[in-house]
Design a protein around this ligand. Structure first.
Ligand SMILES: [Ca+2]
Length: 319
């Protein structure tokens, strides 16, 4: 049975590789909805358009897949972009020249999310590898959408408050904590991949050498696209290599067996405009305790690293 996805992205390298991963597995992607986040919004739009052009030029059938412009501002707060992590274009050494603006949809993101949730009612899967503003807007316009979307996969938040934009907050939840709070408490069927999972499974030197020497077009794209991110992650964030927060989330959506530890728990977000803005609060206390809240998400605590590297190898040998 074919699977139907929307990718909601703030286009940088890991968003693009997530798109490639879904298509490489023969999954139907019906919309790329763009939201403010990693880099300047115009550059995110260009990155998404470039990615579709690149795939089409390499013989990939993209059907009627288009880029849908989404939220340029947050529900209530100010934020900052993260070019210091992803570079100006978000795509490392790739030259992002957009030639074909016909891949830019006329409809806006939240309208298209609502429309597709009706067209593929009960089977639509939503990959949120970005701040959650677009989905929050769709939910505010049509709260019944929670019943029509099969699963929402969220890259966001933390397990132990190991942040990446502030000491305690992960970027996607920090950017729009109000949207994250709305989505988490709306009643969607949620699978959440927190930031520490990406940190603990960052691509080490051995795997990086393996992935960049596959002698395929996608392997050389990988080397170029992740150059900036890898350096920033290792130098600034003291990781062993480039992390794959978005692609891990995508990999689990495609193959749930890549997740090693999953727990159903209640998760919420701090929405104050203060030091702890965007802090993720997971209620880990055993059910039955008097203050325990009902689970609202399946939270991924760890993945099988070797299996994930095999997944990446398969994707990068697609062409
Ligand atoms: Ca992203």
């Amino acid at each position: 049975m074919s699977r139907h996805f929307i990718i909601d992205c703030d286009t940088a390298e890991d968003d693009v590789l997530s798109l490639i991963s879904l298509l490489a597995h023969g999954i139907s992607v019906h919309a790329l909805t763009v939201v403010e986040g990693n880099i300047e919004y115009e550059n995110e739009m260009k990155g998404a358009l470039w990615a579709l052009e690149y795939l089409r030029e390499n013989g990939v059938q993209i059907g009627d897949l288009k880029v849908y412009p989404g939220a340029r501002r947050l529900l209530s707060k100010d934020f900052r972009t993260a070019e210091f992590v992803h570079g100006e274009t978000g795509l490392g050494e790739i030259e992002v020249n957009v030639k074909d603006y016909s891949l830019l949809a006329k409809e806006d993101a939240s309208s298209e999310i609502i429309r597709l949730s009706k067209e593929y009612e009960g089977s639509l899967e939503f990959l949120a590898i970005s701040p959650l503003t677009n989905l929050a807007l769709a939910y505010l316009r049509d709260p019944e959408i929670t019943k029509r979307i099969k699963t929402v996969y969220i890259m966001g938040g933390t397990i132990y408050a190991r942040g990446n934009i502030t000491p305690v907050a992960e970027f996607n939840f920090w950017v729009d904590p109000d949207a994250a709070k709305l989505v988490l408490n709306a009643g969607f069927n949620i699978v959440m991949v927190p930031w520490e999972v990406a940190v603990n499974n960052a691509i080490d030197m051995v795997s990086f050498m393996k992935l960049t020497s596959l002698k395929t077009k996608l392997s050389s794209l990988y080397a170029k696209m992740y150059s900036h991110y890898r350096k920033a992650s290792m130098n600034m964030q003291r990781m062993r290599g480039n992390p794959h927060p978005d692609v891990i989330t995508t990999a689990i959506a495609i193959d749930p067996s890549i997740a090693k530890v999953i727990k159903e728990e209640n998760v919420d977000v701090e929405t104050c405009d203060c030091q702890s803005r965007g802090l993720t609060i997971i209620d880990y206390i055993d059910p039955g305790h008097v203050i325990t809240k009902k689970p609202n998400a399946k939270i991924v605590y760890d993945i099988d690293y070797e299996k994930f590297v095999q997944f990446l190898t398969k994707v990068l040998t697609w062409f």
